[in-house]
Design a protein around this ligand. Structure first.
Ligand SMILES: Cc1cc2nc3c(=O)[nH]c(=O)nc-3n(C[C@H](O)[C@H](O)[C@H](O)COP(=O)(O)OP(=O)(O)OC[C@H]3O[C@@H](n4cnc5c(N)ncnc54)[C@H](O)[C@@H]3O)c2cc1C
Length: 474
């Protein structure tokens, strides 16, 4: 279908806005990866019935639909297959209800993570998952990728914090998944199946998240690490010591740390690798006691440099975000990886990564959610090159060999779908496909993502050409 035809046809079926302007199509064709796709239209549905009308339209015309929140995914999760209609939910940004008593918030899927934090703060509450992209990524996108952030050390990923969602399936049916009650025993949890499904089962039109009491003190600490520090042993030890109040245990290698500078001149920036910690406490005295306990653990691992204290940890996470942006500018095009192993195996994975980089003659700079063994190697190589393919394969093989995963938090998208079966096995892939066929019988929702491509020679259920974005933007 051509854009002009799509606009006319969609305009007759929907109440929301339909755009086919080249600028809008270009913007909706990218996410945070190097991939690109060419949609025929971008629509902003008005409400859930409008989403139902859109899905019915897409089934009738056999046109793919790609839900889009902030467009910050990193493996092509939100890059549309050519010829798709992008469903822009970024304008759905209302926080509909906050219950301080029940500790939940009911929100539209386009609410940006940071805005949700602002909305619930006056109630003495916070929403624990805080991905590095929290200023731009949406709750709908977080749910669809099971995002997590530094605080997942204590609080776990998004799937622990979403308790209900309203979804329009690929059949066009509306369904409510989950519940606000603390316990429920009514069969397998379909909401959990939906979380992490990357927009391939349905489009979330409302999300209810659980909230946690905001600790009165959230203190940030930065510790310079000595050369050769055994990170795995340190992470395991920090998790074992009771009463530290630690909610985040993060690592920046020397290069990744070089962008981290605060207004006081950051004496440590760029000189060594850093450990970034967050401690929760009910008051300053408790925070001091917990800081002493953490300091004692660090000393046992030869981490004895001066600790930099941030009375408000959010300031530290802002700086960390800033250092990421500096890295973006300096490194440019690269592979931004996301693998995890049990924390005790972190040094083994870092060693494997260094060997891979040496063999390929490329630079690698790693930062990590160390407490969870979740590593982000930034590998400076053209992501479209043959070397990039070899590096990815070797890295995933190393992560799996060490008992880990090919994706800790970003998702599978287009870039990792060919590797999914290596991790979960053929039976699980068959089950996933069966679930998908039940929710989206025509395969119109975000085709070309998550599920492994059909084996060569076997025909796919989707009309040909729905392979997802293929073009590189370098
Ligand atoms: C600088 C930077 C830092 C990052 N840091 C982190 C991090 O610390 N932790 C982390 O986990 N990720 C991180 N990410 C990756 C990314 O931000 C997350 O995957 C995030 O959850 C994506 O949210 P989004 O709103 O941008 O989703 P999009 O990119 O718009 O979409 C992502 C996926 O969700 C689907 N989707 C979106 N909305 C809906 C909906 N309403 N219903 C159904 N499906 C939907 C899309 O179709 C797509 O498959 C980072 C990315 C960047 C660029």
């Amino acid at each position: 279908m051509r854009p002009s035809e799509a606009r006319r046809s969609l305009g007759r079926s929907l109440r929301g806005e339909v755009s086919v302007e080249p600028v809008a199509l270009e913007a909706a064709g990218h996410d945070g990866s190097h991939l690109a796709g060419h949609p025929v239209a971008v629509v902003a549905p008005r409400d859930a019935p409008d989403v139902v009308a859109l899905v019915r339209w897409a089934r009738r015309h056999r046109v793919p639909l790609v839900a889009r929140g902030g467009g910050t995914s990193l493996d092509g999760e939100s890059v549309p297959a050519d010829g798709s209609v992008v469903v822009d939910l970024s304008g759905w940004d209302a926080v509909r209800e906050v219950s301080a008593e029940g500790r939940w918030a009911r929100v539209e899927p386009g609410v940006v993570n940071a805005r949700l934090q602002d909305a619930v703060r006056p109630h003495g509450l916070f929403y624990p998952p805080n991905p590095g992209s929290w200023q731009t990524a949406t709750i709908g996108g977080n749910l669809a990728t099971n995002a997590s952030g530094p605080r997942s050390f204590r609080y776990g990923p998004t799937r622990r914090w979403v308790c209900a969602a309203e979804v329009v399936l690929g059949t066009g049916e509306r369904v409510r998944l989950g519940s606000r009650v603390a316990k429920r025993s009514v069969g397998p949890d379909l909401l959990q199946m939906f979380i992490g499904s990357e927009g391939t089962l349905g489009i979330a039109t409302e999300v209810t998240v659980r909230l946690a009491p905001r600790p009165p003190v959230l203190r940030g600490l930065v510790a310079p690490l000595p050369p050769g520090a055994r990170l795995g042993a340190l992470a395991v030890h920090l998790a074992q010591v009771p009463e530290t109040g630690l909610s985040a245990v993060e690592y920046l290698d020397r290069y990744s740390a070089s962008g981290l500078a605060d207004e006081r001149g950051a004496p440590w920036a760029g000189r060594s690798a850093l450990l970034l910690l967050e401690i929760e406490a009910s008051d300053a005295a408790e925070a001091d006691a917990r800081t002493r306990r953490v300091r004692a653990v660090l000393a046992r691992h030869r981490v004895r440099g001066r600790l930099q204290v941030f009375p408000d940890a959010d300031r530290l996470w802002d700086l960390r975000g800033e250092s990421g942006r500096v890295m973006d500018e300096q490194l440019g095009s690269r592979i931004r990886e996301d693998v995890a192993v049990p924390p005790a195996r972190v040094d083994d994975l870092l060693g494997a990564m260094r060997r891979i980089a040496r063999r390929e003659g490329v630079r690698v700079h790693t930062f990590a959610h160390l407490g969870e063994g979740s590593l982000h190697p930034n590998i400076v190589v053209d992501p479209t090159s043959a070397a990039a393919g070899r590096i990815r394969r070797a890295l995933y093989a190393a992560a799996l060999r060490l008992g880990g995963t090919i994706s800790a938090e970003h998702g599978v998208g287009q870039l990792k779908r060919a590797f999914l079966e290596q991790e979960v096995g053929p039976v699980a892939v068959r089950l996933l496909r069966t679930v998908r066929a039940a929710c989206d019988p025509d395969g119109i929702l975000n085709p070309g993502k998550l599920y492994p491509p059909p084996a060569r020679g076997r025909s796919s259920r989707s009309p040909s050409g729905w392979g997802g974005g293929r073009t590189s933007r370098g």
